[in-house]
Design a protein around this ligand. Structure first.
Ligand SMILES: NC(=O)C1=CN([C@@H]2O[C@H](COP(=O)(O)OP(=O)(O)OC[C@H]3O[C@@H](n4cnc5c(N)ncnc54)[C@H](OP(=O)(O)O)[C@@H]3O)[C@@H](O)[C@H]2O)[C@@H](O)CC1
Ligand SMILES: Nc1ncnc2c1ncn2[C@@H]1O[C@H](COP(=O)(O)OP(=O)(O)O)[C@@H](O)[C@H]1O
Ligand SMILES: [K+]
Length: 505
């Protein structure tokens, strides 16, 4: 699913009106009908509905919703802020339509706003500003936002919380943005919905399909997409009846150190549960018996060092390599890792400590082979690119890094983002907060290694790997609950996740 900018969303409205034989006012009527349905589904007539509308088309939506709820016998009040003394054409038409149906509780605010007392039981509809917002809210509008945010009512925003920008909020004023409980977004999500720091504004969000032109959406250029099930199910390679383990690649995992054998074991198990033909784990001597016992299917190759990775290994026999989980931060390990990746001609994944190295050895970044996959969480990324003050800036810096290195970056978190060297960003929809537990990332590394070893391309591995990882996480959370689930539970759910994804192909 594409994510379009607010400018593109407005172009999409215009295109739809021009090409799909629907007028602007009827498109608004469609939007208002769906918004009204979504509200009625959640709240009955015992709730007073207090509508705050702006002078643009977001306000037009809100006034139309007020009419529809009034006609369904809801107790509705409308405050329309018409500071400049001019309304958009569609907003004006809806104000007339509201009056025509005998609606009385309508206040048009031009200068002085006498705010109603809002209670816990009230539902506030925020239709002040939508995709037409062009600067942070200030003055009287900021005061209205603060008053709504301070009220105990439930807030429903139309299209986007008023005051929030669709993409970059770096220069926004956070106190002047509506904190919605529910955002009913028209047609497509906004990029800013996927950023952690905006959760307090967006709340829960739902998309309403108002029939925006599919031709426009298909042709629109955007670097931002949300991965959908069919994007990954179509990638699955069938297994020949005559397949043998040589067809599915030999993966090499360089992982673990004294006290962190678990990371290598989790990654190894996930790798084997994701279809690799063979797996060798290269680990310090102290972890040998543990890995052999916990993952009997894996071959174990000892490092020269008792406690950590210290000497690069020959890679001729492998189809994919992952380095990093639980590697530790010994200087010898850093040097061995840099040596290992230099001239590595096999698909490579760098995770965890193999990424942390570049925080302190920044001048070695250019040793990372092109097309490698880097899987940093937020902190690991910031150790390389520097501190970022918000998610948009972080995403931009990750895009720059992917481009500079010509690598794939999976920026992990909720909505993990696969960033390609040419700047496309695929947001992964699966997963849940139960995965915020030590070792979850090691599981992802194992899955990705298996996919590369089986011959999936880097982009395919990243998209499929993050999706299946999150899906397994979702199954684990159903089985164990978000609080109790552990990384091992994600591995235990992998067979079910793979079955689901191969069945729906
Ligand atoms: N048929 C359609 O088109 C459909 C449209 N739809 C709906 O329309 C919404 C977009 O409507 P919109 O384009 O009219 O913009 P909207 O957000 O209402 O406000 C624009 C006004 O705000 C003003 N303004 C901006 N920033 C400001 C600030 N900081 N402080 C103060 N003022 C500020 C700006 O003034 P200006 O700066 O241009 O003078 C302008 O007057 C969209 O989100 C969706 O809900 C759906 O119903 C589907 C069908
Ligand atoms: N709230 C969340 N929603 C979805 N996925 C999450 C969430 N929190 C964590 N995850 C996933 O769990 C994994 C955590 O990885 P990481 O932070 O590297 O953990 P570790 O280093 O302990 O293995 C990532 O793949 C991340 O996307
Ligand atoms: K709004």
């Amino acid at each position: 699913m594409k994510i379009l900018s607010c400018t593109q969303q407005k172009e999409a409205d215009t295109y739809t009106i021009a090409h799909e034989s629907i007028s602007s006012i009827d498109l608004m009527e469609k939007a208002a009908t769906l918004i009204t349905e979504a509200i009625c589904k959640r709240w009955d007539k015992s709730h007073r509905i207090v509508v705050f509308a702006g002078a643009g088309n977001n306000g037009g939506d809100a006034v139309a919703v007020a009419r529809m709820l009034f006609q369904k016998n809801y107790d509705v009040e409308v405050y329309l802020f018409n500071i400049k003394g001019s309304l958009s054409e569609e907003c004006h038409t809806n104000v007339l339509r509201l009056a025509e149906c005998g609606f009385q509780k309508y206040t048009e605010v031009s200068t002085q706003f006498d705010p109603p007392k809002l209670t816990e039981h009230d539902i506030v509809i925020d239709g002040l500003f939508g995709s037409g917002l062009n600067k942070p809210l200030s003055g009287g509008f900021a005061a209205v936002v603060k008053y709504i945010n301070a009220a105990p009512s439930t807030v429903v925003s139309i299209d986007i919380p008023s005051g929030l920008m669709g993409e970059d909020n770096s220069y926004n004023i956070r106190q002047n943005i509506i904190q919605a409980d529910l955002t009913l977004s028209i047609q497509l999500p906004k990029l800013s919905f996927l950023f952690a720091e905006n959760e307090e504004f967006v709340g829960e969000w739902e998309l309403l399909d108002i029939g925006i032109s599919q031709t426009f959406i298909e042709e629109a250029q955007t670097p931002y997409l949300i991965t959908e099930p069919q994007d990954v199910t179509t990638l699955i390679k069938p297994r020949s009846r005559f397949a043998h383990k040589g067809n599915f690649g030999h993966a090499l995992l360089i992982a673990g150190s004294y006290g962190m054998a678990g990371a290598s074991i989790l990654a190894a198990k996930a790798c084997l549960r994701s279809g690799a033909g063979l797996l060798t784990v290269h680990a310090p001597v102290c972890n040998h018996n543990l890995i052999q016992t916990c993952v009997p299917e894996a071959l174990v190759q000892d490092d020269i060092h008792e406690h950590y990775f210290a000497e690069p290994v020959d890679i001729d026999s492998y189809q994919a390599i992952a380095i990093g989980p639980g590697l530790g931060q010994e200087e010898d390990t850093a040097l061995a890792t840099l040596e290992q990746i230099k001239n590595c001609y096999i698909p490579l994944i760098l995770d965890a400590d193999a990424l942390n190295i570049f925080g302190t050895h920044r001048n070695h970044l250019n040793k990372i082979p092109k097309r490698s996959i880097l899987t940093p969480h937020v902190k690991e990324l910031e150790r390389i690119v520097g501190r970022c003050s918000n998610s948009y800036e972080r995403l931009s810096k990750a895009k720059e890094l992917a481009n500079y290195l010509q690598c794939y970056i999976i920026l992990k978190g909720a909505w993990s983002t696969v960033i390609t060297p040419d700047g496309n960003c695929f947001f992964n929809p699966t997963g849940n907060p139960g995965m915020a537990t030590g070792g979850s990332g090691d599981v992802l590394t194992g899955i990705l290694t298996a996919l590369l070893a089986q011959g999936y391309t880097q982009e395919e591995s990243c998209k499929l790997g993050t999706y299946i990882h999150g899906l397994a996480g979702d199954i684990a959370s159903q089985r164990m609950g978000e609080i109790s689930m552990t990384a091992n539970d994600i591995i235990d759910a992998l067979p079910e996740a793979w079955k689901i994804i191969t069945k729906t192909k």
